[in-house]
Design a protein around this ligand. Structure first.
Ligand code: BEZ
Ligand code: FE2
Length: 403
C-alpha cells in the first residue's frame, strides 16, 4: 500500500486540497493524510507538496504498427498522404519491429497515458500490447473494398481477432476496427460488426475524415474517384454513409475524426452508443480541417493522438495543447478543464475500462504531475497543466509504478 500526499488531487471533475490517496491495485481511501496514515500504518508515505495526483489518460486511437514513421509519409493533404502510405508501407512496417513497438508503448506510459485503443492492421502489435502494463482495447482492423478480395480479408481479420481473443485478460481486450466507409465493402463491414456484436467487443471506425471522403461517398467524384480508378479499378463507392452507420446500431462504437460528417449523420450517431474520437494534430497535418465541437453536441467526444503516421508524438499532453489552439473560440480555462476530464474519465468510459477517476474503489491508474510553483488560483491548474507539462513525474497502472 502507498499513500500519496500531493498539493491537489484532480478527481478529475473536482480539485481536492489537503487530501491524500491510499492505494494498492485500487484506490482504498481518499482523506486527510493523518487519517490515512493511522488507518494504513504499513503503507509507504510519499509527500508531494509541489505536485498533483490525477487519473492517467486514455488514448483511444493509435496505429502502433506505423511507429517507425517520422518523415517518410507526405503530410499536408489527405489523398497524397494516403498514396504515400500505400507507397511506403512495405518499408515502414518492417522498420517497426518489437523493440520499436515496445519503445512506442513505453513512451505512451511515460507521457501519462494508462489506457489505449490500438488499431492493428496486421496483428504485428498484438503480443507487445498484451504484454504491456497498459489497459488495451486491441482493434483488429478489417479493410477491403473489392468484393473479389473479401474472403481473404475476412479470413485475415478473423484469424487476428481469435489470436487476440486467446490473450484476453482484465487489461487486454479483443476489439474490432472497420477501417472506413470508403475502404470496407458493406458486406465485409456487416460481417465484422456481427462478430463484435456476438463477442460483445468494442468497435472503432474512421468516418468522414476528409473532404475527399465526403465527396466520394456523396457523389462518386473528386480525388478519391481518381484514387479508386487507378489503384483498384473501382468506379463507385461501396457504401452509402447512412446505411454504413446503421450497421453500428447494436454495438458500442468509437467514430474517429467525423470532421466532415453532416447533420443527418450526427443525428444518427447521437442516437447510438457512440463516442467521437477527436485527433486535432492528425487532422491538422493531413489537411482535414477542424472538428466543430459545438456541432457534434450532445455526442460525447474524447481525444486521441492517432498514430505516428500522422503525428510527431503519442503524448496526450501535446494533443491537448493542440486542441487548445485549434479551438480559439473556446474560453481557455474552462475548455482546459473539459479537455482533461474527457481525456481521462471520458476516454476510459469510451474504452470500456474502469478507471479514469480518482475515487475509492477505482483502479489505481494515476499520474503525479508537477505544479508550476507560482500557481495562485487552484482553478487555473487545468490550463497550466496542459501548458507546462512535458511529462508526468510518475505513472502508476493498477498501483504499480511504470515511469
Ligand atoms: C481497400 O483495400 O479497398 C482500400 C485500402 C485503402 C484505402 C482505400 C481502399
Ligand atoms: Fe487513424
Amino acid at each position: 500500500m502507498r499513500i500519496l500526499h500531493p498539493r491537489f488531487i484532480l478527481t478529475p471533475d473536482k480539485i481536492l486540497t489537503d487530501q491524500a490517496v491510499a492505494f494498492d491495485s485500487h484506490i482504498q481511501a481518499i482523506g486527510p493524510k493523518e487519517e490515512l496514515v493511522h488507518r494504513f500504518p504499513d503503507a509507504a508515505l510519499f509527500e508531494e507538496p509541489e505536485a498533483l495526483v490525477m487519473p492517467g489518460f486514455a488514448n483511444p486511437h493509435v496505429h502502433l504498427e506505423f511507429s517507425a514513421n517520422k518523415a517518410t509519409l507526405s503530410y499536408g493533404d489527405f489523398i497524397p498522404w494516403l498514396y504515400s502510405v500505400i507507397e511506403h508501407r512495405e518499408d515502414l512496417l518492417p522498420r517497426c519491429d518489437q523493440e520499436c513497438l515496445n519503445t512506442a508503448l513505453r513512451s505512451i506510459v511515460a507521457s501519462g497515458t494508462t489506457a489505449i485503443g490500438a488499431v492493428s492492421s496486421y496483428g504485428e502489435d498484438i503480443e507487445a500490447c498484451a504484454k504491456s502494463p497498459l489497459k488495451v482495447q486491441l482493434f483488429n482492423e478489417i479493410i477491403g473494398s473489392n468484393p473479389a478480395a473479401a474472403d481473404v480479408m475476412y479470413a485475415s481479420f478473423l484469424e487476428r481477432f481469435h489470436q487476440c481473443k486467446k490473450l484476453e485478460s482484465d487489461h487486454f481486450k479483443a476489439a474490432v476496427a472497420v477501417h472506413s466507409p470508403y475502404s470496407v465493402h458493406y458486406v465485409l463491414a456487416k460481417k465484422a460488426i456481427e462478430i463484435a456484436r456476438r463477442e460483445n467487443a468494442l468497435v472503432s471506425t474512421h468516418f468522414m475524415e476528409s473532404r475527399a471522403e465526403r465527396e466520394w461517398l456523396d457523389q462518386g467524384t473528386g480525388e478519391f474517384a481518381h484514387f479508386f480508378k487507378k489503384l483498384l479499378g473501382q468506379t463507385r463507392p461501396v457504401n452509402d454513409p447512412q446505411e454504413f452507420l446503421d450497421l453500428f446500431r447494436e454495438v458500442k462504437t468509437l467514430f474517429v475524426h467525423m470532421v466532415w460528417a453532416n447533420e443527418q449523420e450526427l443525428k444518427k450517431v447521437a442516437s447510438m452508443e457512440a463516442t467521437i474520437v477527436h485527433c486535432p494534430i492528425s487532422n491538422r497535418l493531413l489537411g482535414n480541417g477542424v472538428l466543430d465541437l459545438d456541432r457534434i453536441a450532445p455526442i460525447p467526444y474524447t481525444l486521441a493522438t492517432d498514430g505516428l503516421s500522422s503525428n510527431y508524438t503519442l503524448s496526450l499532453y501535446e494533443e491537448l495543447k493542440a486542441a487548445l489552439f485549434v479551438h480559439p473560440d473556446k474560453e481557455a480555462t474552462t475548455f482546459a478543464k473539459e479537455l482533461l476530464i474527457r481525456s481521462t474519465k471520458g476516454g476510459y468510459e469510451a474504452l470500456n475500462f474502469e478507471g479514469g477517476v480518482v475515487q475509492k474503489g477505482a483502479p489505481a491508474d494515476l499520474q503525479i504531475v508537477a505544479i508550476p510553483q507560482d500557481l495562485k488560483d487552484p482553478e487555473d491548474i487545468y490550463l497550466h497543466l496542459i501548458l507546462h507539462t512535458q511529462k508526468p513525474k510518475a505513472v502508476y497502472i493498477q498501483g504499480v509504478a511504470h515511469a
